[in-house]
Design a protein around this ligand. Structure first.
Ligand code: CA
Length: 502
């Protein structure tokens, strides 16, 4: 079994695949300390201020001299300056020989607007404002119990509850982000073009603003302040839901080209194996999907920032490169306003999992984007206009990235984890991929695909990537339910709002 992993010839550190005791000989050195699983040890003597290199890039500079065989943890290195965003070379790494996709179609729901296909058939109920959630939740429980069983072709009813809508500076420049997110969530491909809105009546995010005046009609919109009491609210919501369910119940899956599939990728609870096993396997699956014409989003600005030059090299035009730089600059500024920078990203769990800093985390994180050309860059919650690999700028926070990608229209999300999280979305299935065997052993009924065998050398990235590709197609086609969907593990939709709250 593989006992350590060194990623490139340039690397002067390697990562142990298991907890490894002091005195063990590996990679031509003797370990000076016990090294926890996924943590790094020095392959050579590293002088004070010397570079610590993994993935062939400088993770940081040694605060003190580090002897060969010593454990390198997050307290031992200084963060390098972030890569410059000015005049990044673009298009110097355009790869066209992507791995051949084993299938080129899936079974999805075609949509009336002709956009990306649905992977599920869901009655989505939009809200303009948080104030209506209590009433809507009671109604949704009744819809599920009393109505849904009569419409067997509809998978679920999902309220789009959120914390936006009122008490916010709705005309602030950055309010475009939460407003766009909610507008685009209404048009999610899994909702089959059916619009159902529950509003309060006095909120700042008006129905007109949310869905457009042309859609503000009595067959689409219920205003609670216009209802005479609670029972009338229930009746109005249930009767509109029934009308929409009747239409949705006629939807059928059909064989569609993968060009109609849009998926998202993100990671959470990462460890030092995430960038070795889970994310590169996801990247391999992404390459296959792109090869077959599908569209794949990757996100998480602070986890791309330190690898941005590698993404720029894959951009197909100067315009795409410029939008990438613009999104990074916006986020640098957003963090600076809060008197922090990208180094605020890693969590205690990331560090326990061997990730020393944000550079190391970013180098692992971007591996999920595979190697295909970057055809478009999106601002948070924008919808894609191109097919292929797309960078959709979002925060890295799992529960913020998820809704942003949903607003962009993803039919499913692939979620890589090292430490484990039961995360899930109600409006689209989430496939969980873990980075190490121990995680799969601990959560056998929460992790859908294990990339752990890549760490131990039992499987290749291509093998796990191909397995994940088939899982994506099966889940998108409704042939399989990932665990988070089966158990209905649904996180709150935290809509990204960088604008002030009043
Ligand atoms: Ca994340």
């Amino acid at each position: 079994m593989q006992t350590y992993i060194r990623l490139t010839e340039r690397d002067n550190v390697a990562v142990v695949t298991q907890d490894t005791p002091r005195g063990t000989e590996m990679a031509g050195v003797t370990l000076l300390q016990d090294i926890p699983q996924a943590h790094k040890f020095a392959l050579t003597d590293i002088p004070k201020d010397g570079e610590i290199i993994r993935y062939g890039v400088t993770l940081g500079y040694a605060l003190d001299a580090i002897p060969e065989g010593a454990w390198i943890n997050e307290h031992m290195l200084r963060l390098p300056a972030p890569a410059s965003l000015d005049n990044m070379p673009w298009g110097t790494h355009i790869r066209r020989d992507l791995p051949e996709a084993p299938v080129r179609t899936f079974m999805g729901y075609r949509n009336p607007d002709g956009g990306y296909a649905g992977t599920r058939n869901i009655l989505g109920i939009q809200t303009t404002v948080q104030c209506v959630q209590g009433v809507l939740d009671v109604a949704v429980e009744r819809i599920r119990r009393e109505l849904l069983p009569r419409y067997p072709n509809v998978d679920d009813v999902v309220p789009i509850n959120h914390a936006y809508g009122c008490g916010v500076a709705i005309n602030a420049p950055e309010a475009v982000i939460p407003i766009r997110a909610l507008q685009n969530l209404c048009r999610h491909p899994n909702f089959g073009g059916q619009l159902m809105v529950v509003s309060l009546g006095c909120e700042k995010l008006t129905v007109d603003k949310l869905v457009g005046p042309e859609n503000n009609r009595s067959e689409n919109v219920i205003v609670l302040q216009d209802c005479r009491g609670f029972e009338a609210m229930m009746n109005a919501i249930l009767s509109m839901a029934e009308a929409k369910l009747k239409i949705l119940n006629e939807r059928r899956r059909e064989e569609l080209p993968l060009t109609d599939l849009l998926i998202g990728m993100q990671c959470g609870g990462s460890d030092a194996f995430s960038g070795v096993s889970a994310n590169p396997s996801a990247g391999y699956a992404a390459d296959m999907l792109v090869q077959a014409g599908a569209t794949v989003l990757f996100s998480e600005v602070t986890e791309v920032r330190d690898g941005v030059h590698l993404i720029a090299e894959r951009c197909v035009s100067a315009d795409v490169r410029d939008k990438l730089a613009e999104e990074m600059r916006w986020y640098d500024h957003y963090l600076a306003e809060g008197e922090v920078d990208r180094s605020a990203n890693p969590t205690p769990g990331n560090k326990k999992g061997g990730l020393s800093n944000i550079v190391e985390k970013a180098m692992g994180s971007i591996a999920k984007s595979g190697t295909s050309p970057i055809v478009e860059v999106l601002s948070p919650a924008e919808r894609p206009t191109k097919h292929g690999m797309i960078y959709a700028a979002t925060p890295a926070s799992d529960i913020v990235c998820g809704p942003c990608q949903l607003a962009s229209g993803i039919g499913l999300q692939v979620f890589m984890t090292g430490r484990g999280t039961p995360y899930g979305l109600a409006a689209a299935p989430v496939i969980k991929v873990c980075s190490r065997n121990e995680m799969k052993d601990q959560w056998p009924d929460l992790i859908d695909v294990s990339a752990g065998p890549v760490v131990t050398g039992e499987k290749t990235i291509a093998e796990v990537g191909t397995e994940l590709f088939h899982k994506i197609i099966n889940v998108a086609s409704g042939l399989e339910q990932p665990f988070s969907e089966k158990y209905r593990l649904h996180n709150f939709l935290c809509i990204f709002n960088p604008a002030p709250i009043t």
